[in-house]
Write a protein that binds this ligand. Sequence first.
Ligand SMILES: [Zn+2]
Length: 261
Amino acid sequence: MPEGDTIAYAANRIRPVLEGRVPDEILTPHPRHALDRWPSRLAGRAVRSVDTHGKHLFIRFDGDLVLHSHLGMVGLWGVYGPGRFGSRPPRSARRAWIVFRAGDHEVVEFDGPLLELITEGRTRFDQRLAALGPDVLAAQFDTGRFLRRLHEDDPTRPLGDALLDQRNVAGIGNIWKAEGCWEAGVDPWRALGSVSDSELVAIAEAVRPRMLRSATAGHRAIQPKVYGLSGRPCPRCGGRIASRGQGDANRTTYWCPRCQK
Ligand SMILES: [Zn+2]
């Protein structure tokens, strides 16, 4: 599933194409949104800004309309050069939920699962959005709110599972959960209540610069230390990296049992 850095990377690529201009053309090729009349509702409106909160992306238009997306497991935002989706489209045009053409660039959202056009007011009162924890990629990370949310969570919950909960912190997914716990030397299987505030803050502070780098340079910049490296030696202590499914969704967690305490 795309994590906060992937969404921020998409926003960083969309912004120079759309921000401050009226798209030349808007299409909704997928039948799902054929009746929503987005092209006519957005016609003539300039894009004011493109921003993100955790895994949510917002394209804000003049006249208080906001296109809000969540990519879930399968969605994709892409920016392509001349021609319909550039020279090598990643997915078929039928799977595109929305296409914005601006000059010789196209901004495309494929495969959802959530794409909606809402008013600016609704973004402030939407329950799902209001429930989100502080954005791990915010210029100023709200450490106080991060700790408050974790203190309110079930203290018996395994740390790794709590870090994936977007109500505690928005933007961390399976990769950064594993990498953050490794960086801070904390075992992701510990009960949340046994993890100190300084350990929790260390996890968030460790992933922020790495996620910000990935948001600018793309996925290649991630260079995982433990994620996806089960059975390989730990880069810190040489111990063998372990992996096991964790939490209700049974997402695989990676950690070094020797140096993560
Ligand atoms: Zn180790």
